[in-house]
Design a protein around this ligand. Structure first.
Ligand code: HEC
Length: 178
Protein backbone atom coordinates (compact mmCIF):
# COMPACT_ATOMS: atom_id res chain seq x y z
CA UNK A 1 0.00 0.00 0.00
CA UNK A 2 1.38 3.39 -0.94
CA UNK A 3 0.70 6.61 0.94
CA UNK A 4 -2.20 7.68 -1.28
CA UNK A 5 -3.96 4.33 -0.77
CA UNK A 6 -3.52 4.59 3.00
CA UNK A 7 -4.75 8.19 3.00
CA UNK A 8 -7.81 7.17 0.95
CA UNK A 9 -8.54 4.24 3.27
CA UNK A 10 -8.26 6.51 6.32
CA UNK A 11 -10.53 9.08 4.71
CA UNK A 12 -13.11 6.36 3.98
CA UNK A 13 -12.94 5.08 7.58
CA UNK A 14 -13.50 8.65 8.81
CA UNK A 15 -16.52 9.08 6.53
CA UNK A 16 -18.04 5.75 7.60
CA UNK A 17 -17.43 6.45 11.30
CA UNK A 18 -19.03 9.88 10.96
CA UNK A 19 -21.98 8.36 9.07
CA UNK A 20 -22.43 5.65 11.72
CA UNK A 21 -22.28 8.24 14.50
CA UNK A 22 -24.84 10.35 12.63
CA UNK A 23 -27.19 7.38 12.20
CA UNK A 24 -26.91 6.34 15.85
CA UNK A 25 -27.45 9.93 16.97
CA UNK A 26 -30.53 10.20 14.76
CA UNK A 27 -32.21 6.88 15.39
CA UNK A 28 -33.19 7.29 19.06
CA UNK A 29 -35.57 10.00 17.90
CA UNK A 30 -36.91 7.84 15.11
CA UNK A 31 -37.29 4.56 16.96
CA UNK A 32 -37.41 5.67 20.58
CA UNK A 33 -40.32 6.84 22.68
CA UNK A 34 -40.66 10.57 23.46
CA UNK A 35 -39.06 11.75 26.74
CA UNK A 36 -37.42 8.39 27.57
CA UNK A 37 -36.00 7.25 24.21
CA UNK A 38 -37.09 3.67 24.99
CA UNK A 39 -37.01 1.40 21.96
CA UNK A 40 -39.00 -1.71 21.21
CA UNK A 41 -36.62 -4.39 22.54
CA UNK A 42 -35.31 -6.83 19.97
CA UNK A 43 -36.70 -10.36 20.33
CA UNK A 44 -39.35 -9.36 22.91
CA UNK A 45 -41.92 -11.64 21.24
CA UNK A 46 -39.86 -14.66 22.32
CA UNK A 47 -39.67 -13.62 25.99
CA UNK A 48 -41.16 -15.72 28.77
CA UNK A 49 -44.67 -15.18 30.07
CA UNK A 50 -45.20 -13.32 33.35
CA UNK A 51 -49.00 -13.32 33.24
CA UNK A 52 -52.07 -12.39 31.22
CA UNK A 53 -54.74 -9.74 31.76
CA UNK A 54 -57.95 -8.53 30.21
CA UNK A 55 -59.31 -5.00 30.17
CA UNK A 56 -62.94 -4.20 29.51
CA UNK A 57 -64.32 -0.74 28.83
CA UNK A 58 -62.78 1.44 26.18
CA UNK A 59 -59.69 -0.68 25.78
CA UNK A 60 -61.56 -3.97 25.44
CA UNK A 61 -58.38 -5.95 24.97
CA UNK A 62 -56.62 -9.09 26.08
CA UNK A 63 -52.97 -8.89 27.08
CA UNK A 64 -49.86 -10.92 27.60
CA UNK A 65 -47.12 -9.62 29.90
CA UNK A 66 -43.66 -10.86 29.00
CA UNK A 67 -40.29 -10.32 30.66
CA UNK A 68 -36.69 -10.49 29.53
CA UNK A 69 -34.29 -12.86 31.36
CA UNK A 70 -33.45 -10.30 34.08
CA UNK A 71 -37.11 -9.51 34.79
CA UNK A 72 -38.14 -13.20 34.83
CA UNK A 73 -35.30 -14.06 37.22
CA UNK A 74 -36.36 -11.24 39.57
CA UNK A 75 -39.99 -12.40 39.42
CA UNK A 76 -39.13 -16.05 40.09
CA UNK A 77 -36.72 -15.23 42.90
CA UNK A 78 -39.05 -12.58 44.30
CA UNK A 79 -36.41 -9.85 44.05
CA UNK A 80 -37.60 -6.24 44.36
CA UNK A 81 -36.84 -3.61 43.35
CA UNK A 82 -36.27 -4.98 39.85
CA UNK A 83 -32.55 -4.80 38.96
CA UNK A 84 -31.22 -2.58 36.17
CA UNK A 85 -31.66 -4.26 32.81
CA UNK A 86 -35.08 -5.70 33.63
CA UNK A 87 -37.61 -5.09 30.86
CA UNK A 88 -41.32 -5.89 30.96
CA UNK A 89 -43.42 -5.82 27.79
CA UNK A 90 -47.21 -5.70 27.73
CA UNK A 91 -48.69 -6.90 24.43
CA UNK A 92 -52.39 -6.28 23.77
CA UNK A 93 -54.90 -7.43 21.17
CA UNK A 94 -58.56 -6.60 20.65
CA UNK A 95 -60.73 -8.95 22.72
CA UNK A 96 -63.05 -10.65 20.25
CA UNK A 97 -65.72 -13.27 20.38
CA UNK A 98 -65.02 -16.10 17.94
CA UNK A 99 -68.08 -17.31 16.06
CA UNK A 100 -65.93 -19.96 14.39
CA UNK A 101 -64.91 -21.46 17.74
CA UNK A 102 -68.40 -20.99 19.17
CA UNK A 103 -69.86 -23.11 16.40
CA UNK A 104 -68.39 -26.24 18.03
CA UNK A 105 -69.64 -25.31 21.51
CA UNK A 106 -73.20 -25.66 22.83
CA UNK A 107 -73.32 -21.90 23.63
CA UNK A 108 -71.27 -18.81 22.70
CA UNK A 109 -68.24 -18.84 25.01
CA UNK A 110 -65.02 -18.40 23.04
CA UNK A 111 -63.14 -15.10 23.22
CA UNK A 112 -59.78 -14.74 21.50
CA UNK A 113 -57.05 -12.25 20.60
CA UNK A 114 -57.99 -10.19 17.53
CA UNK A 115 -55.72 -7.68 15.80
CA UNK A 116 -52.90 -6.18 17.89
CA UNK A 117 -53.50 -2.78 19.50
CA UNK A 118 -50.20 -1.71 21.01
CA UNK A 119 -47.16 -2.86 22.97
CA UNK A 120 -46.11 -1.02 26.13
CA UNK A 121 -42.64 -1.40 27.56
CA UNK A 122 -41.18 -0.62 31.00
CA UNK A 123 -37.38 -0.57 31.21
CA UNK A 124 -35.46 -0.49 34.49
CA UNK A 125 -32.28 1.55 34.26
CA UNK A 126 -31.64 3.66 37.35
CA UNK A 127 -28.81 5.64 35.72
CA UNK A 128 -30.82 6.53 32.60
CA UNK A 129 -34.11 7.28 34.33
CA UNK A 130 -33.26 8.68 37.79
CA UNK A 131 -36.29 11.01 37.87
CA UNK A 132 -38.87 8.25 37.44
CA UNK A 133 -37.66 5.76 40.07
CA UNK A 134 -35.41 4.10 37.49
CA UNK A 135 -38.20 3.26 35.04
CA UNK A 136 -38.36 4.36 31.39
CA UNK A 137 -41.48 3.88 29.28
CA UNK A 138 -42.52 3.47 25.65
CA UNK A 139 -45.60 2.59 23.67
CA UNK A 140 -45.44 1.06 20.18
CA UNK A 141 -48.01 0.56 17.44
CA UNK A 142 -47.11 -1.68 14.49
CA UNK A 143 -43.52 -1.59 15.72
CA UNK A 144 -43.27 2.21 15.82
CA UNK A 145 -43.22 4.42 18.91
CA UNK A 146 -46.35 6.42 19.71
CA UNK A 147 -45.01 9.94 19.32
CA UNK A 148 -47.58 11.84 21.37
CA UNK A 149 -45.58 12.85 24.50
CA UNK A 150 -48.77 13.01 26.60
CA UNK A 151 -49.23 9.24 26.20
CA UNK A 152 -45.77 8.49 27.59
CA UNK A 153 -46.10 11.17 30.25
CA UNK A 154 -49.12 9.34 31.66
CA UNK A 155 -47.16 6.10 32.25
CA UNK A 156 -45.17 6.99 35.34
CA UNK A 157 -47.92 9.28 36.67
CA UNK A 158 -50.25 6.29 36.88
CA UNK A 159 -47.73 3.56 37.78
CA UNK A 160 -46.52 5.79 40.65
CA UNK A 161 -49.97 5.57 42.22
CA UNK A 162 -49.17 1.94 43.01
CA UNK A 163 -46.29 3.07 45.22
CA UNK A 164 -48.71 4.14 47.96
CA UNK A 165 -50.86 1.02 47.68
CA UNK A 166 -48.01 -1.48 47.44
CA UNK A 167 -44.51 0.00 47.89
CA UNK A 168 -42.80 -3.35 47.37
CA UNK A 169 -44.23 -3.73 43.86
CA UNK A 170 -41.62 -1.31 42.47
CA UNK A 171 -44.18 0.45 40.21
CA UNK A 172 -45.15 -2.83 38.49
CA UNK A 173 -48.78 -3.94 38.73
CA UNK A 174 -48.49 -7.44 37.28
CA UNK A 175 -47.68 -10.35 39.59
CA UNK A 176 -46.10 -13.52 38.30
CA UNK A 177 -48.65 -16.23 37.51
CA UNK A 178 -47.42 -19.70 38.46
C1 HEC B 1 -54.24 4.98 34.24
C2 HEC B 1 -53.17 4.14 34.71
C3 HEC B 1 -52.11 3.63 33.77
C4 HEC B 1 -51.46 4.29 32.75
C5 HEC B 1 -51.68 5.70 32.24
C6 HEC B 1 -50.48 3.37 32.22
N1 HEC B 1 -50.53 2.18 32.89
FE1 HEC B 1 -49.38 0.57 32.55
N2 HEC B 1 -50.56 -0.53 33.73
C7 HEC B 1 -51.56 -0.05 34.55
C8 HEC B 1 -52.21 -1.15 35.23
C9 HEC B 1 -53.35 -1.05 36.25
C10 HEC B 1 -51.57 -2.32 34.78
C11 HEC B 1 -51.90 -3.77 35.17
C12 HEC B 1 -53.31 -4.16 34.78
C13 HEC B 1 -53.58 -4.24 33.31
O1 HEC B 1 -52.70 -4.48 32.48
O2 HEC B 1 -54.74 -4.07 32.95
C14 HEC B 1 -50.52 -1.89 33.87
C15 HEC B 1 -49.61 -2.74 33.28
C16 HEC B 1 -48.49 -2.33 32.57
C17 HEC B 1 -47.40 -3.18 32.17
C18 HEC B 1 -47.20 -4.63 32.58
C19 HEC B 1 -46.27 -4.62 33.82
C20 HEC B 1 -46.95 -3.93 34.99
O3 HEC B 1 -46.45 -2.86 35.43
O4 HEC B 1 -47.96 -4.46 35.48
C21 HEC B 1 -46.54 -2.41 31.46
C22 HEC B 1 -45.23 -2.85 30.81
C23 HEC B 1 -47.10 -1.08 31.41
N3 HEC B 1 -48.29 -1.05 32.10
C24 HEC B 1 -46.48 0.00 30.78
C25 HEC B 1 -47.11 1.22 30.63
C26 HEC B 1 -46.65 2.25 29.74
C27 HEC B 1 -45.42 2.17 28.88
C28 HEC B 1 -47.55 3.27 29.83
C29 HEC B 1 -47.57 4.58 29.09
C30 HEC B 1 -47.48 4.55 27.65
C31 HEC B 1 -48.56 2.88 30.80
N4 HEC B 1 -48.26 1.64 31.27
C32 HEC B 1 -49.61 3.69 31.19
C33 HEC B 1 -51.90 1.27 34.69
C34 HEC B 1 -51.52 2.28 33.83
Amino acid sequence: MNRTTIACALALVTVFTAAAAYVSAQSPDEQGSPIYGVRLPEGYRDWKLVSVAQENGQNNDIRAILGNEIAIKAYRENIRPFPDGAIIARLAWRYESSSRNDSVFPAPQSFVAGPPTNVQVSVKDSKRFPDTAGWGYGQFEAGLPTKNPAVVQSCFACHAKLQKLDPRADYVFTDYSH
